[in-house]
Each structure stands twice: as C-alpha cells, then as structure tokens.
Design a protein around this ligand. Structure first.
Ligand code: UDP
Ligand code: MG
Length: 308
C-alpha cells in the first residue's frame, strides 16, 4: 500500500480538492493507497474538511496537532502514522504534479527505496527569495555531499527508510536532507512546480530565515568551525599589526593610533559577540534536544488505522 502524507496548515480550500484528485488518480491506476492529512494546528476549518474527506473516502485519515509545530513535524507525524509499504510526501496546495506519484510508485515497484522529486525550475518567487534559497541550499549541499539545489519534500520512501527515519532520536529533523543522509538505493525524477491551487504560501521571510538557520544548525556544525577560522585570521592580522606598531615605536615614529584603537576594539568586540552568539545557538539546540520533548502533540485523529 502507498501512504500519501499531506501536511496542511490553514488549507481549508485545498483539502477536498487534494483528496479527490489523489483518490481518483490512484484508483484509476489501481494502486492501493491511504491518504494521511496532518493538520498542523490550523486556525481555519482544515480539520473539519479532513473529517468530511475521511467520511467520503475510507482511505483518508487525519491527525490534528494541538498547535502549529511546523511542516517538518507534520511530515514526521505522517511517517509515523503511515501503514503503507512506502510513503510519499505531498503538498496540500497541489504544487507537485499528482501524476508524478504514479511514476514514483512504479519506480519503487522496480526496487528503488527512495525516489526523489527534483524541481526542474523553481515555481516563481521573488529575486530576493530565490537568492536566499540558493545560498541556503549551497550550504546544506556541501555538508550532505549531495546537490540539494533543486530538491523538494516531494519524495517517495520505502518502509525501510520510514522506519529508519522515525527511529532517529533527534527532535529537529530535516526530511529533505535526511533521506539523502540515510543512503538507501535512490533515484530521481524531475517535476515542474505548479502554481498554488488556493490560498497563499504559508512562508514569510522571518519564518524562512528561522527554517534555514534551524536546518543548517541541525545538520552541520560548520558555523562553529567558522568561528575558529575567523579567530585565526584575526589573530594573524593582529600579529602583523603588533610587529608593525612595535617597529614604528622603536624607530620613534609611533602612530597616532586613536582611530586604529577604536577600530580594532570594534572589530574584536564584534567578532567575539558573533562567535558567542553562534556558540550560544548550538547550546540552545543541545538544550532543546536534551529536554527530549516530543516533535508534536496530536489532539485529534480520524479514520481507521491498523496500529492504533
Ligand atoms: N505547511 C505546514 N505547516 C506550516 C507551513 C506549511 O504543514 O507551518 C504545509 C502547507 O499546508 C503545505 C506545505 O506545507 O501543504 C507547503 O507549504 P506552502 O505551500 O505554504 O509552501 P511553499 O510551497 O510556498 O514552499
Ligand atoms: Mg506550496
């Protein structure tokens, strides 16, 4: 069976459309399926719509979070709920072409354990957004060792991968990179990002920045090492300056260095603060992980499930 995981945050207009489109498609293709809607603490009637969809089609089930935990948590909740032999993550706004699910499923039947959906182009977005996204992916790519530039959350994973991912102990997860990291037998298919079906994108610059920073820090300790490198560079710079100052002092032409002193103080003070900030951020992450709070809290659930 194929489990389709759909995170939904304030998507009341899209639920029934997504459920209908997918069930028609999968029934036509004779693929056994279940659709799992994960209501990420929506403030609109999303959960009501999920209930309606579930009553209309017994293959649709849903869980609802007690508050907004973010898309990553929603994906993991979906993976944990999934009863299928493979699962695919799909966006509620139908930005991923549904027919590609069938293509992915066929590849899975051939024995691939991960089928990555690769964007053949980024669907719109402002220049600023694209630049931001690009540098974010560059950083992540370097540390995963895979080009993440055009990856998406649209991917199919085998039961083995699902079990491996949900057994990960960490709270801060990054599904997109973790499927690469898990290293199973994978293949890729290209797809074109469609226009959003209804409503607006749930992301804004603040949310995106938080998302990027949290994913970079949960995946790599590079910023910590960067602090050391910056420190070393500054130290060299200062050593040169010290020698120069000493020589000039001995020659009796010591510089009137008030400006220099202020500049150096600012430079050192600034870089120290930044370094402390970076370290502090990682300590915060350790603190969060050590607390070991659940990734999400389910408040409501609907539809049949073999496990519960
Ligand atoms: N989403 C979510 N929780 C959030 C934000 C978004 O579950 O906090 C879901 C949303 O309902 C949608 C998917 O994640 O199904 C992608 O969101 P969106 O379309 O807003 O992002 P974009 O396509 O612009 O990257
Ligand atoms: Mg979208």
């Amino acid at each position: 069976m194929l489990s389709v995981i759909i995170p939904a945050y304030n998507e009341e207009q899209n639920i029934s459309l997504a459920a209908k489109t997918l069930s028609e498609l999968l029934k036509n293709e004779k693929i056994p399926y279940e659709i799992i809607f994960v209501d990420d603490g929506s403030r609109d009637k999303t959960y009501l719509e999920i209930c309606k969809a579930s009553q209309a089609d017994e293959n649709v089930k849903g869980v609802s979070f007690s508050r907004n935990f973010g898309k990553e948590s929603a994906i993991f909740a979906g993976l944990e709920e999934a009863d299928g032999d493979c699962a695919v993550v799909f966006d509620c706004d139908l930005q991923f072409p549904p027919v590609k699910i069938v293509e992915m499923y066929r590849l899975w039947e051939k024995g691939f354990e991960v089928v990555e959906g690769i964007k053949s182009d980024r669907g719109g977005g402002s220049a600023m957004y694209n630049m931001f996204a690009k540098s974010f992916y560059k950083i992540i790519s370097r540390f995963v060792g895979v080009d993440m530039q055009s990856t998406s959350d649209f991917k199919l994973v085998d039961r083995k991968v699902i079990d491996a991912l949900i057994s990960l102990p960490e709270r801060n997860t990054f599904f997109r990179a973790l499927s690469f990291w898990s290293g199973f037998n994978s293949t890729q298919i290209e797809f074109k990002v469609e226009k959003r079906a209804n409503g607006r994108s749930k992301w804004n610059l603040t949310k995106l920045t938080k998302y990027a920073v949290s994913n970079i820090t949960s995946f790599t300790t590079a910023p910590l090492q960067a602090v050391t490198v910056i420190g070393a560079i500054l130290l060299c710079f200062m050593a040169i300056l010290a020698v120069q100052t000493l020589v000039r002092y001995l020659c009796g032409s010591s510089a009137e260095g008030f400006t220099t002193v202020i500049l150096l103080l600012l430079l050192i003070g600034g870089s120290l603060m930044m370094a402390l900030g970076v370290i502090g951020y990682y300590i915060a992450r350790i603190y969060e992980e050590v607390k070991g709070r659940p990734r999400y809290i389910v408040s409501k659930r609907i539809g049949k499930s073999d496990k519960k």
